[in-house]
Ligand binder design. Structure first.
Ligand code: NAD
Length: 470
Protein backbone atom coordinates (compact mmCIF):
# COMPACT_ATOMS: atom_id res chain seq x y z
CA UNK A 1 0.00 0.00 0.00
CA UNK A 2 1.37 3.41 -0.92
CA UNK A 3 0.35 6.56 0.94
CA UNK A 4 -0.27 9.26 -1.67
CA UNK A 5 0.70 12.59 -0.13
CA UNK A 6 -0.02 16.19 -1.04
CA UNK A 7 2.95 18.10 -2.46
CA UNK A 8 1.31 21.27 -1.12
CA UNK A 9 1.24 20.43 2.59
CA UNK A 10 2.34 16.82 2.97
CA UNK A 11 -1.10 15.61 4.05
CA UNK A 12 -2.31 12.13 3.10
CA UNK A 13 -4.57 12.13 0.04
CA UNK A 14 -5.20 8.42 -0.43
CA UNK A 15 -3.79 4.94 0.04
CA UNK A 16 -3.31 3.03 -3.18
CA UNK A 17 -2.51 -0.67 -3.30
CA UNK A 18 0.04 -2.03 -5.76
CA UNK A 19 -1.44 -4.37 -8.34
CA UNK A 20 -0.59 -7.79 -6.91
CA UNK A 21 1.19 -10.35 -9.14
CA UNK A 22 -1.89 -12.59 -9.40
CA UNK A 23 -4.11 -9.64 -10.33
CA UNK A 24 -1.55 -8.49 -12.91
CA UNK A 25 -1.62 -11.95 -14.45
CA UNK A 26 -5.41 -11.77 -14.76
CA UNK A 27 -5.16 -8.32 -16.31
CA UNK A 28 -2.73 -9.56 -18.96
CA UNK A 29 -5.02 -12.51 -19.75
CA UNK A 30 -7.98 -10.14 -20.02
CA UNK A 31 -5.97 -7.74 -22.23
CA UNK A 32 -5.02 -10.62 -24.54
CA UNK A 33 -8.61 -11.85 -24.84
CA UNK A 34 -9.99 -8.32 -25.28
CA UNK A 35 -7.47 -7.54 -28.01
CA UNK A 36 -8.66 -10.45 -30.14
CA UNK A 37 -12.15 -8.94 -30.29
CA UNK A 38 -11.02 -5.30 -30.35
CA UNK A 39 -8.83 -5.72 -33.43
CA UNK A 40 -11.78 -7.18 -35.35
CA UNK A 41 -14.22 -4.32 -34.88
CA UNK A 42 -14.09 -1.61 -37.51
CA UNK A 43 -11.53 1.15 -36.95
CA UNK A 44 -14.31 3.75 -37.19
CA UNK A 45 -16.18 2.00 -34.38
CA UNK A 46 -13.02 1.97 -32.27
CA UNK A 47 -12.75 5.68 -32.92
CA UNK A 48 -16.25 6.22 -31.52
CA UNK A 49 -15.15 4.91 -28.11
CA UNK A 50 -12.31 7.43 -28.14
CA UNK A 51 -14.66 10.30 -29.02
CA UNK A 52 -16.96 9.31 -26.17
CA UNK A 53 -13.98 9.18 -23.79
CA UNK A 54 -13.01 12.70 -24.90
CA UNK A 55 -16.56 13.92 -24.35
CA UNK A 56 -16.59 12.63 -20.76
CA UNK A 57 -13.15 14.11 -20.05
CA UNK A 58 -14.32 17.53 -21.28
CA UNK A 59 -17.44 17.32 -19.12
CA UNK A 60 -15.29 16.61 -16.01
CA UNK A 61 -12.34 18.91 -16.71
CA UNK A 62 -12.52 20.85 -13.43
CA UNK A 63 -12.71 17.70 -11.30
CA UNK A 64 -9.81 15.99 -13.10
CA UNK A 65 -7.65 19.12 -13.06
CA UNK A 66 -8.27 19.60 -9.33
CA UNK A 67 -7.26 16.00 -8.63
CA UNK A 68 -4.12 16.32 -10.77
CA UNK A 69 -3.14 19.54 -9.00
CA UNK A 70 -3.75 17.91 -5.60
CA UNK A 71 -1.58 14.90 -6.50
CA UNK A 72 1.21 16.58 -8.55
CA UNK A 73 1.19 20.18 -7.27
CA UNK A 74 0.98 21.64 -10.76
CA UNK A 75 -0.73 24.99 -11.31
CA UNK A 76 -4.46 24.61 -11.77
CA UNK A 77 -4.23 26.50 -15.09
CA UNK A 78 -1.61 23.96 -16.28
CA UNK A 79 -3.58 20.89 -15.23
CA UNK A 80 -6.77 22.31 -16.82
CA UNK A 81 -4.83 22.77 -20.06
CA UNK A 82 -3.40 19.26 -19.80
CA UNK A 83 -6.82 17.70 -19.23
CA UNK A 84 -8.17 19.50 -22.30
CA UNK A 85 -5.09 18.35 -24.23
CA UNK A 86 -5.85 14.79 -23.11
CA UNK A 87 -9.41 15.13 -24.46
CA UNK A 88 -7.98 16.51 -27.72
CA UNK A 89 -5.62 13.53 -27.86
CA UNK A 90 -8.54 11.07 -27.70
CA UNK A 91 -10.29 13.11 -30.42
CA UNK A 92 -7.17 13.20 -32.59
CA UNK A 93 -6.70 9.43 -32.49
CA UNK A 94 -10.44 8.79 -32.62
CA UNK A 95 -10.37 10.49 -36.01
CA UNK A 96 -7.12 8.80 -37.00
CA UNK A 97 -8.33 5.25 -36.22
CA UNK A 98 -9.76 4.60 -39.72
CA UNK A 99 -7.13 6.50 -41.68
CA UNK A 100 -4.23 4.10 -41.36
CA UNK A 101 -3.82 2.35 -44.68
CA UNK A 102 -1.42 -0.04 -46.33
CA UNK A 103 -0.01 0.23 -49.84
CA UNK A 104 0.06 -1.72 -53.05
CA UNK A 105 3.55 -2.07 -54.46
CA UNK A 106 4.02 -2.32 -58.24
CA UNK A 107 6.87 -4.85 -58.18
CA UNK A 108 5.96 -7.05 -61.13
CA UNK A 109 2.81 -7.59 -63.18
CA UNK A 110 2.79 -11.27 -62.18
CA UNK A 111 2.11 -10.36 -58.53
CA UNK A 112 -0.36 -8.38 -56.55
CA UNK A 113 1.84 -7.15 -53.71
CA UNK A 114 0.39 -5.18 -50.81
CA UNK A 115 1.15 -4.12 -47.26
CA UNK A 116 -1.04 -3.75 -44.18
CA UNK A 117 -0.45 -2.23 -40.74
CA UNK A 118 -1.07 -4.72 -37.93
CA UNK A 119 -1.68 -3.94 -34.25
CA UNK A 120 0.92 -5.52 -31.96
CA UNK A 121 -1.49 -6.92 -29.38
CA UNK A 122 -0.94 -6.09 -25.71
CA UNK A 123 0.91 -2.78 -25.33
CA UNK A 124 2.54 -1.82 -22.04
CA UNK A 125 2.62 1.93 -21.34
CA UNK A 126 4.66 3.30 -18.44
CA UNK A 127 4.64 6.97 -17.48
CA UNK A 128 6.33 9.24 -14.90
CA UNK A 129 4.90 11.50 -12.20
CA UNK A 130 5.19 14.94 -13.77
CA UNK A 131 2.09 14.85 -16.01
CA UNK A 132 0.23 11.56 -15.34
CA UNK A 133 -3.16 12.27 -16.92
CA UNK A 134 -1.97 13.65 -20.26
CA UNK A 135 0.81 11.04 -20.50
CA UNK A 136 -1.65 8.22 -19.79
CA UNK A 137 -3.90 9.61 -22.54
CA UNK A 138 -0.98 9.88 -24.95
CA UNK A 139 -0.15 6.19 -24.53
CA UNK A 140 -3.68 4.78 -24.35
CA UNK A 141 -5.36 6.74 -27.17
CA UNK A 142 -3.08 5.75 -30.08
CA UNK A 143 -2.60 2.22 -28.75
CA UNK A 144 -6.31 1.41 -28.76
CA UNK A 145 -7.20 3.54 -31.81
CA UNK A 146 -4.91 1.38 -33.93
CA UNK A 147 -6.30 -1.91 -32.60
CA UNK A 148 -4.15 -2.86 -29.59
CA UNK A 149 -5.15 -3.40 -25.99
CA UNK A 150 -3.09 -1.58 -23.38
CA UNK A 151 -1.94 -1.86 -19.78
CA UNK A 152 -0.89 1.54 -18.47
CA UNK A 153 1.14 2.13 -15.31
CA UNK A 154 1.43 5.61 -13.80
CA UNK A 155 4.21 6.39 -11.32
CA UNK A 156 3.90 5.05 -7.78
CA UNK A 157 3.48 8.56 -6.34
CA UNK A 158 0.86 9.93 -8.78
CA UNK A 159 -1.70 7.27 -9.72
CA UNK A 160 -4.93 9.16 -8.96
CA UNK A 161 -5.88 10.71 -12.30
CA UNK A 162 -4.70 7.72 -14.35
CA UNK A 163 -7.03 5.54 -12.28
CA UNK A 164 -9.81 8.02 -12.98
CA UNK A 165 -9.03 7.79 -16.70
CA UNK A 166 -9.51 4.02 -16.44
CA UNK A 167 -12.97 4.62 -14.98
CA UNK A 168 -13.80 7.15 -17.71
CA UNK A 169 -12.79 4.70 -20.44
CA UNK A 170 -15.12 2.14 -18.87
CA UNK A 171 -17.91 4.72 -18.63
CA UNK A 172 -17.38 5.43 -22.34
CA UNK A 173 -18.24 1.79 -23.00
CA UNK A 174 -14.74 0.64 -23.94
CA UNK A 175 -14.87 -3.17 -23.64
CA UNK A 176 -13.32 -4.59 -20.45
CA UNK A 177 -9.64 -5.38 -20.89
CA UNK A 178 -9.00 -2.99 -23.79
CA UNK A 179 -7.45 -0.35 -21.53
CA UNK A 180 -6.47 -1.16 -17.94
CA UNK A 181 -4.58 0.79 -15.29
CA UNK A 182 -1.91 -0.98 -13.23
CA UNK A 183 -0.61 0.53 -9.97
CA UNK A 184 2.83 0.20 -8.44
CA UNK A 185 6.45 1.21 -8.77
CA UNK A 186 9.45 0.14 -10.82
CA UNK A 187 9.13 -3.52 -9.73
CA UNK A 188 5.59 -3.73 -11.09
CA UNK A 189 6.70 -1.92 -14.27
CA UNK A 190 9.55 -4.39 -14.70
CA UNK A 191 7.12 -7.32 -14.35
CA UNK A 192 4.93 -5.77 -17.06
CA UNK A 193 7.83 -5.25 -19.46
CA UNK A 194 8.97 -8.87 -19.08
CA UNK A 195 5.52 -10.42 -19.28
CA UNK A 196 5.08 -13.04 -22.01
CA UNK A 197 1.99 -11.29 -23.43
CA UNK A 198 3.72 -7.90 -23.85
CA UNK A 199 4.19 -7.13 -27.53
CA UNK A 200 5.24 -3.45 -27.42
CA UNK A 201 6.51 -1.16 -24.64
CA UNK A 202 6.04 2.61 -24.78
CA UNK A 203 7.94 4.19 -21.90
CA UNK A 204 8.28 7.77 -20.68
CA UNK A 205 10.67 8.35 -17.80
CA UNK A 206 14.30 8.74 -16.82
CA UNK A 207 17.28 7.59 -18.86
CA UNK A 208 18.09 5.11 -16.09
CA UNK A 209 14.59 3.62 -16.17
CA UNK A 210 14.59 3.65 -19.96
CA UNK A 211 17.88 1.78 -20.16
CA UNK A 212 16.53 -0.93 -17.83
CA UNK A 213 13.26 -1.18 -19.77
CA UNK A 214 15.04 -1.32 -23.14
CA UNK A 215 17.42 -4.04 -21.93
CA UNK A 216 14.63 -6.14 -20.41
CA UNK A 217 12.41 -5.84 -23.49
CA UNK A 218 15.31 -6.84 -25.74
CA UNK A 219 15.49 -10.19 -23.94
CA UNK A 220 12.17 -11.07 -25.55
CA UNK A 221 12.76 -9.05 -28.76
CA UNK A 222 9.91 -6.73 -27.80
CA UNK A 223 10.09 -3.34 -29.54
CA UNK A 224 10.22 -0.26 -27.34
CA UNK A 225 9.89 3.49 -27.62
CA UNK A 226 11.76 5.41 -24.93
CA UNK A 227 10.84 9.03 -24.22
CA UNK A 228 13.53 10.04 -21.75
CA UNK A 229 15.05 13.09 -20.15
CA UNK A 230 16.83 16.19 -21.40
CA UNK A 231 19.17 19.06 -20.59
CA UNK A 232 17.93 21.38 -23.26
CA UNK A 233 19.72 24.59 -24.28
CA UNK A 234 18.05 27.94 -24.88
CA UNK A 235 20.32 29.84 -27.31
CA UNK A 236 19.89 33.61 -27.31
CA UNK A 237 21.61 35.50 -30.13
CA UNK A 238 22.43 39.22 -29.87
CA UNK A 239 19.67 40.15 -32.36
CA UNK A 240 16.89 38.44 -30.36
CA UNK A 241 13.74 40.15 -29.10
CA UNK A 242 14.79 40.10 -25.45
CA UNK A 243 11.30 40.64 -24.01
CA UNK A 244 10.09 37.49 -25.74
CA UNK A 245 13.30 35.59 -24.99
CA UNK A 246 13.23 36.32 -21.26
CA UNK A 247 9.56 35.25 -21.12
CA UNK A 248 10.41 32.02 -22.92
CA UNK A 249 13.45 31.31 -20.78
CA UNK A 250 11.56 31.75 -17.52
CA UNK A 251 8.64 29.65 -18.76
CA UNK A 252 11.11 27.10 -20.12
CA UNK A 253 12.98 26.44 -16.87
CA UNK A 254 10.49 27.33 -14.11
CA UNK A 255 7.23 26.18 -15.74
CA UNK A 256 5.79 23.11 -14.02
CA UNK A 257 8.37 23.90 -11.31
CA UNK A 258 11.03 22.66 -13.74
CA UNK A 259 9.51 19.17 -13.91
CA UNK A 260 9.51 18.94 -17.69
CA UNK A 261 11.57 16.64 -19.87
CA UNK A 262 11.77 19.59 -22.27
CA UNK A 263 12.90 22.10 -19.59
CA UNK A 264 15.19 24.68 -21.19
CA UNK A 265 17.62 24.49 -18.30
CA UNK A 266 20.81 25.74 -19.97
CA UNK A 267 20.88 29.36 -21.15
CA UNK A 268 23.53 29.97 -23.80
CA UNK A 269 23.65 33.70 -24.45
CA UNK A 270 25.76 35.87 -26.74
CA UNK A 271 28.42 37.54 -24.55
CA UNK A 272 27.40 40.95 -25.94
CA UNK A 273 23.95 40.76 -24.31
CA UNK A 274 24.76 38.54 -21.36
CA UNK A 275 24.63 41.33 -18.80
CA UNK A 276 21.31 42.69 -20.02
CA UNK A 277 19.73 39.22 -20.20
CA UNK A 278 20.90 38.18 -16.74
CA UNK A 279 19.70 41.46 -15.24
CA UNK A 280 16.28 40.99 -16.79
CA UNK A 281 16.20 37.37 -15.64
CA UNK A 282 17.16 38.32 -12.10
CA UNK A 283 14.31 40.83 -11.99
CA UNK A 284 11.76 38.35 -13.35
CA UNK A 285 12.85 35.34 -11.32
CA UNK A 286 13.16 37.36 -8.12
CA UNK A 287 9.48 38.29 -8.31
CA UNK A 288 8.11 34.87 -9.34
CA UNK A 289 5.25 33.98 -7.06
CA UNK A 290 5.83 30.50 -5.67
CA UNK A 291 2.94 29.05 -3.72
CA UNK A 292 -0.32 27.15 -3.59
CA UNK A 293 -0.98 25.83 -7.11
CA UNK A 294 -4.75 26.06 -6.50
CA UNK A 295 -4.46 29.87 -6.26
CA UNK A 296 -4.80 31.33 -9.79
CA UNK A 297 -2.29 34.07 -8.90
CA UNK A 298 0.49 31.54 -8.23
CA UNK A 299 3.17 31.26 -10.92
CA UNK A 300 5.21 28.29 -9.64
CA UNK A 301 3.90 25.40 -7.55
CA UNK A 302 5.77 22.84 -5.44
CA UNK A 303 7.72 19.86 -6.70
CA UNK A 304 5.60 16.75 -7.05
CA UNK A 305 7.50 14.61 -4.56
CA UNK A 306 9.59 15.20 -1.46
CA UNK A 307 12.38 13.11 -3.01
CA UNK A 308 12.50 15.32 -6.11
CA UNK A 309 12.50 18.48 -3.96
CA UNK A 310 15.43 17.11 -1.94
CA UNK A 311 17.28 16.27 -5.17
CA UNK A 312 16.75 19.79 -6.56
CA UNK A 313 17.86 21.41 -3.28
CA UNK A 314 21.01 19.32 -3.45
CA UNK A 315 21.78 20.67 -6.94
CA UNK A 316 21.08 24.22 -5.70
CA UNK A 317 23.52 23.71 -2.83
CA UNK A 318 26.13 22.50 -5.31
CA UNK A 319 25.50 25.53 -7.57
CA UNK A 320 25.81 27.88 -4.61
CA UNK A 321 29.16 26.31 -3.68
CA UNK A 322 30.71 26.35 -7.14
CA UNK A 323 29.00 29.15 -9.13
CA UNK A 324 27.53 32.64 -8.90
CA UNK A 325 23.92 33.05 -7.80
CA UNK A 326 22.21 35.25 -10.42
CA UNK A 327 18.62 35.06 -9.25
CA UNK A 328 16.44 33.30 -6.74
CA UNK A 329 12.72 33.37 -6.02
CA UNK A 330 11.26 33.19 -2.55
CA UNK A 331 9.69 30.03 -1.21
CA UNK A 332 6.35 30.45 0.54
CA UNK A 333 6.11 30.21 4.30
CA UNK A 334 2.38 30.39 5.09
CA UNK A 335 1.12 28.01 7.81
CA UNK A 336 -1.11 26.12 5.34
CA UNK A 337 1.94 25.30 3.18
CA UNK A 338 4.22 23.88 5.85
CA UNK A 339 5.23 20.37 4.81
CA UNK A 340 5.02 21.14 1.06
CA UNK A 341 7.79 20.36 -1.42
CA UNK A 342 8.91 23.96 -1.94
CA UNK A 343 11.93 24.80 -4.05
CA UNK A 344 12.94 28.28 -5.19
CA UNK A 345 13.45 28.85 -8.93
CA UNK A 346 17.17 29.63 -9.07
CA UNK A 347 19.63 30.87 -11.73
CA UNK A 348 23.40 30.27 -11.60
CA UNK A 349 26.30 31.54 -13.71
CA UNK A 350 30.06 30.91 -13.76
CA UNK A 351 29.79 27.20 -13.05
CA UNK A 352 32.62 24.92 -14.19
CA UNK A 353 31.57 23.36 -17.50
CA UNK A 354 31.90 19.89 -16.00
CA UNK A 355 29.69 20.74 -13.01
CA UNK A 356 26.82 18.28 -12.64
CA UNK A 357 24.52 21.32 -12.31
CA UNK A 358 25.38 22.11 -15.95
CA UNK A 359 25.52 18.52 -17.16
CA UNK A 360 22.83 16.50 -15.38
CA UNK A 361 19.08 16.66 -15.72
CA UNK A 362 17.82 18.22 -12.47
CA UNK A 363 14.05 18.12 -13.12
CA UNK A 364 13.65 21.16 -10.91
CA UNK A 365 13.54 24.94 -11.55
CA UNK A 366 17.27 25.57 -11.94
CA UNK A 367 18.80 27.49 -14.85
CA UNK A 368 22.49 27.78 -15.65
CA UNK A 369 23.91 30.67 -17.70
CA UNK A 370 26.85 30.33 -20.09
CA UNK A 371 27.94 32.81 -22.75
CA UNK A 372 29.47 32.47 -26.22
CA UNK A 373 31.52 34.81 -28.40
CA UNK A 374 30.77 33.18 -31.75
CA UNK A 375 27.63 31.39 -33.05
CA UNK A 376 29.72 28.26 -33.71
CA UNK A 377 30.54 28.16 -30.01
CA UNK A 378 26.82 28.24 -29.24
CA UNK A 379 26.32 25.04 -31.22
CA UNK A 380 29.32 23.36 -29.64
CA UNK A 381 28.03 24.25 -26.17
CA UNK A 382 24.51 23.14 -27.05
CA UNK A 383 25.89 19.73 -27.96
CA UNK A 384 28.01 19.38 -24.80
CA UNK A 385 25.55 16.85 -23.39
CA UNK A 386 24.51 13.29 -24.22
CA UNK A 387 20.85 14.33 -24.25
CA UNK A 388 19.09 15.37 -27.46
CA UNK A 389 15.48 16.17 -26.66
CA UNK A 390 14.86 19.87 -27.41
CA UNK A 391 16.35 23.33 -27.87
CA UNK A 392 15.19 26.93 -28.01
CA UNK A 393 16.64 29.46 -30.46
CA UNK A 394 16.04 33.20 -30.06
CA UNK A 395 16.99 35.41 -33.01
CA UNK A 396 15.39 37.88 -35.42
CA UNK A 397 17.55 36.66 -38.33
CA UNK A 398 15.61 34.04 -40.30
CA UNK A 399 18.78 32.67 -41.90
CA UNK A 400 20.36 32.17 -38.50
CA UNK A 401 17.17 30.51 -37.22
CA UNK A 402 17.09 28.05 -40.10
CA UNK A 403 20.84 27.41 -40.02
CA UNK A 404 20.87 26.77 -36.27
CA UNK A 405 17.81 24.50 -36.50
CA UNK A 406 19.55 22.58 -39.30
CA UNK A 407 22.68 21.97 -37.22
CA UNK A 408 21.10 21.13 -33.85
CA UNK A 409 20.97 17.40 -33.09
CA UNK A 410 17.81 17.36 -30.96
CA UNK A 411 14.30 16.04 -31.49
CA UNK A 412 12.39 19.34 -31.23
CA UNK A 413 13.53 22.90 -31.86
CA UNK A 414 11.51 25.98 -31.00
CA UNK A 415 12.47 29.28 -32.63
CA UNK A 416 11.29 32.44 -30.81
CA UNK A 417 8.93 30.35 -28.71
CA UNK A 418 9.21 27.42 -26.29
CA UNK A 419 7.31 24.55 -24.67
CA UNK A 420 4.59 24.14 -27.27
CA UNK A 421 3.46 20.65 -28.25
CA UNK A 422 0.68 19.16 -30.36
CA UNK A 423 -0.54 15.63 -31.10
CA UNK A 424 -0.02 16.23 -34.81
CA UNK A 425 3.71 17.00 -34.47
CA UNK A 426 6.21 14.15 -33.99
CA UNK A 427 7.94 14.19 -30.60
CA UNK A 428 10.90 12.29 -29.15
CA UNK A 429 14.63 12.47 -28.64
CA UNK A 430 17.94 11.13 -29.77
CA UNK A 431 20.95 9.94 -27.76
CA UNK A 432 20.33 9.75 -24.02
CA UNK A 433 16.87 11.28 -24.57
CA UNK A 434 15.72 7.98 -26.04
CA UNK A 435 14.37 6.68 -29.32
CA UNK A 436 11.06 6.23 -31.08
CA UNK A 437 8.61 8.94 -32.03
CA UNK A 438 5.11 9.66 -30.78
CA UNK A 439 2.42 11.80 -32.40
CA UNK A 440 1.09 12.55 -35.84
CA UNK A 441 2.14 10.52 -38.82
CA UNK A 442 4.75 8.73 -36.67
CA UNK A 443 2.11 7.19 -34.39
CA UNK A 444 0.89 4.39 -36.70
CA UNK A 445 4.52 3.39 -37.26
CA UNK A 446 4.98 3.09 -33.50
CA UNK A 447 1.76 1.28 -32.58
CA UNK A 448 1.46 -1.07 -35.60
CA UNK A 449 3.84 -3.24 -37.57
CA UNK A 450 3.95 -3.65 -41.36
CA UNK A 451 2.98 -6.90 -43.06
CA UNK A 452 3.77 -7.58 -46.76
CA UNK A 453 1.70 -9.97 -48.87
CA UNK A 454 2.64 -11.32 -52.32
CA UNK A 455 -0.13 -12.91 -54.42
CA UNK A 456 0.85 -14.55 -57.64
CA UNK A 457 -1.41 -13.80 -60.60
CA UNK A 458 0.40 -16.52 -62.58
CA UNK A 459 0.51 -19.53 -60.23
CA UNK A 460 3.83 -21.15 -59.53
CA UNK A 461 7.31 -19.91 -58.65
CA UNK A 462 8.71 -17.52 -61.32
CA UNK A 463 11.03 -19.46 -63.67
CA UNK A 464 14.03 -17.34 -62.79
CA UNK A 465 13.74 -18.48 -59.14
CA UNK A 466 13.60 -22.20 -59.95
CA UNK A 467 16.61 -24.24 -59.12
CA UNK A 468 18.03 -25.47 -62.37
CA UNK A 469 18.50 -29.25 -62.24
CA UNK A 470 20.79 -30.60 -64.94
P1 NAD B 1 11.55 6.94 -13.74
O1 NAD B 1 12.29 6.36 -14.90
O2 NAD B 1 12.12 6.72 -12.39
O3 NAD B 1 10.07 6.34 -13.70
C1 NAD B 1 9.18 6.49 -14.78
C2 NAD B 1 8.18 5.35 -14.75
O4 NAD B 1 8.88 4.14 -15.02
C3 NAD B 1 7.50 5.13 -13.40
O5 NAD B 1 6.17 4.71 -13.65
C4 NAD B 1 8.33 4.01 -12.78
O6 NAD B 1 7.60 3.26 -11.84
C5 NAD B 1 8.68 3.19 -13.99
N1 NAD B 1 9.94 2.46 -13.91
C6 NAD B 1 11.13 2.87 -13.36
N2 NAD B 1 12.07 1.92 -13.53
C7 NAD B 1 11.48 0.90 -14.21
C8 NAD B 1 11.94 -0.37 -14.68
N3 NAD B 1 13.19 -0.78 -14.49
N4 NAD B 1 11.07 -1.15 -15.36
C9 NAD B 1 9.81 -0.75 -15.58
N5 NAD B 1 9.31 0.43 -15.13
C10 NAD B 1 10.15 1.25 -14.45
O7 NAD B 1 11.33 8.47 -14.06
P2 NAD B 1 10.68 9.57 -13.11
O8 NAD B 1 11.72 10.04 -12.15
O9 NAD B 1 9.39 9.06 -12.58
O10 NAD B 1 10.32 10.71 -14.16
C11 NAD B 1 11.16 11.76 -14.49
C12 NAD B 1 11.89 11.45 -15.78
O11 NAD B 1 10.96 11.31 -16.85
C13 NAD B 1 12.81 12.59 -16.18
O12 NAD B 1 14.03 12.06 -16.61
C14 NAD B 1 12.07 13.24 -17.32
O13 NAD B 1 12.89 13.95 -18.21
C15 NAD B 1 11.43 12.06 -17.96
N6 NAD B 1 10.32 12.49 -18.84
C16 NAD B 1 10.46 12.34 -20.20
C17 NAD B 1 9.45 12.79 -21.04
C18 NAD B 1 9.55 12.66 -22.55
O14 NAD B 1 8.52 12.68 -23.21
N7 NAD B 1 10.73 12.54 -23.12
C19 NAD B 1 8.33 13.39 -20.50
C20 NAD B 1 8.24 13.52 -19.13
C21 NAD B 1 9.24 13.06 -18.30
Amino acid sequence: MTAITSPIDGSRLADVADTAPAALEQMFDLAMAAWDDWRRITPADRGRFLFETARIIRSRVDEIAALETANCGKLIADTRREVLRAAACFEYYGGYADKVTGTTVPVDIRFHTYTTREPYGVVVGIVPWNAPFIFAAKKIAPAIAFGNSVLLKPALETPLTARLLGEILAEAGTPPGVAQIVCGGADVGAAMVSHAHTALVVFTGSDRGGAAVGAAAAQRFVPTALELGGKSPQIVFADADLDAAVDGIVEGFAGSCGQMCIAGSRLLVDAVIRREVTERLAERVGTLRVGDPRDPATQVGPQATAAQAAKTRDFIAEGTRSGTLVAEAEVPSGPSLVGGNWVAPTVFADLPTDSRVVRDEIFGPVLTVESFDHPDDALRMAHATDFGLAAGVWTSDVGRALGTARELRVGTIWVNTYRILNDAVPFGGIGRSGYGRENGTEAPGLYTWPKSVWISTEPGVPPSYRKVVE
